[in-house]
Write a protein that binds this ligand. Structure first.
Ligand code: F6R
Length: 610
């Protein structure tokens, strides 16, 4: 998730673009840049790191331009650097592009463009757009050139383009990434990824729909479909204040990020599955594919929520590949006294890519010359750099301290890795196709769970005064229970324990009485009956049962006091759905209690101490 902005009108563009970028800083902080016309010549200024670096760079510059573009980056392809920052330009430095999204077929396009003589300056996927437009712009005007270029692009984009040849025009387009047009006055317009960037200047906006283009000049704007058909839009008034706008209208980043989960899944799958072949393509693992064929053991190292994703990952990998897989808390991994087997791989899972304990575990494995891999969200982070290969989540920054969308994405990515390893061994194509087909359905299924958020809020109200919760599950649902308990502890400050359902009777059952809500993760899977019996034990001690069950499970009504249903899916994919009600339950309980949800006490988003 990056942020794009463009301004055209009768004022100085630079201060307006900078104000807009500041409002979108939460969308990325790897680098920022602007493109403006300095005495009719296109000038691009970009800086790695936080937005403040760009601001400092611009202090000594005087650029008078009444149109321009800006970008705030969350890296996906190409490490965070001055060079890889946007805007990107064509060979002649006459066309500038800002892009939010991922171009799936950029390698193919780059090869073709290189064969036509184009010279690339960066490692990004986005740069190909500038060159594709340049190629077309040789024969047709900018608007047509952008349209023609986008015809060749597969992937997702929210983008804006300016050109020295037509300086009084911005062409913007969207497919899969948001673009909003802000109408400041007749002849003065803004285009941005986010209303937060527009609100300081106007409340009158038009949200572009999928496959639409906006062509904006000082004379007015028009919105077309990418195929050239005219679109009709009425401007709408935004009522949000600035703070709400950053959070997409939600009260907290945590809720916004939970609500983004359908998109998170799409982003983590984008360009990575080939249904017809039952195949998985993970660009970050290409260099180690041969080595992966020979591995005999996997150690997953991670902390907190990422560790629970790892526990689910270990079930998946063992189940789909037969490779023995162990999961360790990264903070404990270093105390192993035995040398690790050389045919082992150490796989780190980390949203931030900076967690000190996980990094230390990777360094230990590197010292022993093992193959190290990462599942990381932050491109260019320490873990991404120090592992030998890996897969990015591609889900944009996670701002709330409590990790939610990253967990869902980690599960998706670990499933993809399991399919890849499985197909290298003896997983039949049909089995891989079955999983891929179901993965592709998950965004809609998560949407179904999110639609029940009011019901989950009601459940939180019922148990508002409970002092303790116990979360239980078996097999794949056990780590989900652990994650549900962690979420509740960290943001609502209510004591919660996660337990394997089968272990209740070996001790914790003594705690259960009518004051203890028992949250059971009980989808219809291979251990349903056993978990059900464990719930009977809790019910017999007057425990209050909140069940996360599969749609149409009538039997559960016999025992549960409250039920949240999730759609049916494959057993191995249930955690991606069953965790969502638990995230929402923790969120609403914390909200009722008036906690500082996005920044809970004593915690930090990136834990860089051991
Ligand atoms: C819990 C949470 C933490 C992190 C843990 C690892 O909601 O956010 O438990 O999961 O600190 O962080 P990363 O994934 O950045 O390594």
């Amino acid at each position: 998730m990056c942020g794009i902005i463009g301004y055209i009108g009768n004022k100085q563009a630079l201060p307006i673009i900078l104000e807009g970028l500041k409002r979108m800083e939460y969308r990325g902080y790897d680098s920022a840049g602007v493109a403006l016309f300095n005495q009719e010549k296109l000038e691009v200024i970009k800086k790695q790191g936080k937005f403040i670096n760009l601001q400092n760079e611009l202090k000594s510059r005087s650029i008078t331009s009444s149109s321009g573009l800006g970008h705030i980056r969350w890296a996906t392809h190409g490490e965070p650097s001055d060079l890889n920052a946007h805007p990107h330009t064509d060979c002649q430095n006459k066309i500038a592009v800002v892009h939010n999204g991922i171009i799936e077929n950029y390698q193919e396009l780059k090869r073709w463009l290189a064969s036509q003589g184009h010279q690339f300056k960066t490692k990004t996927d986005s740069e190909v757009i500038a060159h594709l437009i340049e190629e077309r712009n040789k024969t047709v005007p900018l608007e047509e050139a952008v349209r023609g270029a986008l015809n060749h692009v597969k992937g997702a984009y929210g983008l804006a383009v300016i050109s020295e040849k037509e300086p009084d025009k911005i062409v913007a387009a969207r497919l899969g990434s948001p673009v909003v047009l802000g109408i400041i006055s007749q002849g003065e317009y803004l285009i941005a990824s986010d209303v937060a960037a527009i609100l300081p200047f106007t409340r009158e906006v038009i949200f572009l729909e999928e496959s639409e283009m906006a062509i904006i000049t000082k004379q007015g704007y028009k919105i077309n479909k990418l195929n050239g058909a005219v679109s009709c839009h009425q401007p709408q008034q935004i009522e949000w204040d600035l703070d709400e706008a950053e959070k997409g209208g939600y009260d907290h980043f945590m809720l916004k990020e939970i609500m983004e989960e359908p998109e998170t899944i799409k982003a983590s799958l984008r360009g990575r599955v080939v249904l017809e072949e039952g195949g998985v393509k993970l660009g970050g693992l290409i260099d180690v594919l041969e080595q992966l064929k020979k591995i005999e053991r996997i150690y997953i190292v991670a902390c907190g929520t990422a560790h629970y994703a790892g526990r689910i990952g270990s079930y998946l990998i063992e189940n789909l590949t037969g490779i023995p897989t162990e999961v360790e808390y990264a903070s404990e991994f270093r105390y192993r006294e035995k040398p690790l087997d050389k045919k082992s791989v150490v796989l780190a899972i980390s949203q931030s890519g900076e967690t000190a304990d996980t990094l230390a575990a990777i360094r230990l494995a590197n010292q022993q010359d093992l193959l190290t891999l990462g599942i990381v969200n932050a491109v260019g982070s320490s873990i991404a750099r120090e592992t030998k290969a890996g897969v990015y989540n591609h889900i944009g920054p996670e701002i709330a301290v409590a990790s939610t969308k990253a967990f869902v994405s980690q599960l998706v990515v670990v499933t993809l890795i399991a399919i890849l390893l499985g197909r290298q061994r003896n997983m039949p194509k049909a089995k891989a196709q079955e999983i891929i087909k179901e993965l592709l359905k998950l965004p809609d299924k998560i949407e179904d769970v999110l639609n029940q958020k009011e019901k989950i809020e009601e459940i939180a109200k019922v148990y508002e005064s409970a002092n303790d919760f116990i979360f239980i599950g078996r097999k794949l649902s056990y780590p989900v229970a652990l994650e549900g308990a962690l979420k509740m502890k960290e943001i609502s400050y209510v004591h919660a324990e996660g337990y394997p359902a089968g272990e209740l009777k070996h001790g914790p059952l003594a705690l259960i009485d009518q004051t203890w809500p028992v949250v059971a993760v009980i989808p219809q899977d291979s251990v349903y009956d056993k978990t059900f019996s464990n719930l009977e034990e809790a019910k017999a001690r007057q425990g209050q049962i909140i069940a996360i069950a599969t749609a149409n499970d009538e039997e559960i009504k016999r025992i549960a006091d409250r039920i949240v249903y999730v759609p049916k899916t494959l057993e191995i994919l249930y955690p991606i759905l069953t965790v969502v009600p638990l995230q929402l339950l923790a969120y609403y309980l914390a909200k009722i209690k008036g906690r500082d949800i996005d920044q809970p006490r004593n915690l930090a988003k990136s834990v860089t101490v051991e």
